[in-house]
Ligand binder design. Structure first.
Ligand code: C2E
Ligand code: MG
Ligand code: MG
Ligand code: MG
Length: 285
């Protein structure tokens, strides 16, 4: 491609790859400092039971406030952190912080299940199961309060190892969700072997739900699959009342998305729960 567009473009092409490499190197350096500099924080997105319309949990989502560049989206920096291994330390911080927050909410009378994203790189760590169980103990969080979200790629590198670890976590009482279901290398055989309780329909299938026929069919298929394998299905990226209505009628158990709430700072979360629950009472009155 560079050759076709001529000499000048070729130069530009090389320069931009060089720039990309430099930027990536810089990001790796910045990431290495970020934990110590307290540049990370978590936001929490409410998860709603579509039948009872109650907030049953929250997904913890990582935010990086870069001192110069401002907020950097996780889709940009998580892959870099995975590639250089720093996700292991960052992920442990996330788990620790989320458990601390769950304990704090519990002490205020709000008992929520906290969902934490677990990178495939973390799951490959020898000590990951013990690390997770120790973190729960340290914060006095019952294992049933924690859900780990893994993607299908986690099963790919070493299936037996992943299965063994997830079984240990599950036996301890932690629930496991397959995140972004349908976007990776789904295999029904894997799904059967996995101690998985939740399937999360990726938001790319929800965005055009009821507009795009294929997306609607895919969402339907995942809901039906969940029913036949006895898995709870969670829709992510629900943005409209129509989507919410359709999913609840179709038998999707749980949902999260901007329609209910964006990911929230901890101090705003309790308020949201109160207001959201009060609204149900009002609607039923
Ligand atoms: P994910 O785990 O699939 O999280 C869902 C993403 O969808 C989040 O993006 C969330 O803010 C966004 N979202 C929620 N509701 C809506 C909606 O109604 N519409 C739209 N358009 N988006 C919605 P976010 O926070 O930018 O995170 C992106 C991804 O980064 C996550 O996808 C997850 O894969 C990864 N990530 C975030 N935090 C962590 C973490 O602590 N550890 C690891 N390993 N990965 C993380
Ligand atoms: Mg997730
Ligand atoms: Mg997801
Ligand atoms: Mg995603």
């Amino acid at each position: 491609l560079a050759k076709q567009t001529g000499h000048n473009h070729f130069q530009f092409y090389v320069a931009s790859i060089d720039k990309e490499i430099r930027e990536r190197k810089q990001m790796e350096k910045d990431l290495a400092q970020a934990l110590a500099n307290h540049e990370f924080h978590l936001v929490y997105q409410p998860q709603i039971n579509l039948e009872t319309r109650r907030v049953i949990g929250a997904e913890a989502l990582l935010r990086w406030e870069h001192p110069e560049h401002g907020m950097i989206p996780p889709d940009l920096f998580i892959p870099v952190a995975e590639a250089n291994g720093s996700i292991v330390e960052i992920g442990q911080w996330v788990l620790d912080q989320a458990c601390w927050q769950a304990a704090r909410w519990a002490s205020e009378g709000t008992h929520l299940r906290i969902a934490v994203n677990l990178s495939a790189v973390q799951l490959r760590q020898e000590s990951i199961v013990d690390d997770i169980l120790n973190t729960l103990k340290r914060h006095n969080i019952p294992a049933g309060r924690l859900e780990l979200e893994v993607t299908e790629t986690s099963f790919m590198t070493n299936l037996t190892d992943a299965v063994a670890k997830l079984h240990r976590l599950h036996r301890a009482g932690i629930s496991i969700a397959v995140d972004d279901f349908g976007t990776g290398y789904s295999s029904l055989t894997y799904l059967k072997q996995m101690p998985v309780q939740h399937l999360k329909i990726d938001k790319q299938f929800i965005r055009d739900l009821l507009i795009n026929e294929e997306d609607t069919r895919i969402a339907n298929t995942i809901i039906d699959l969940g029913k036949s394998l006895n898995l709870t299905v969670v829709a992510e990226g629900v943005e409209t009342a129509e989507q919410e209505y359709y999913l609840s009628q179709r038998g999707c158990a749980l949902a999260q998305g901007y329609f209910f709430s964006k990911p929230l700072l901890p101090r705003d979360f309790a308020n949201f729960v109160q207001t959201f629950h009060a609204r149900i009472v009002e609607n039923n009155a």
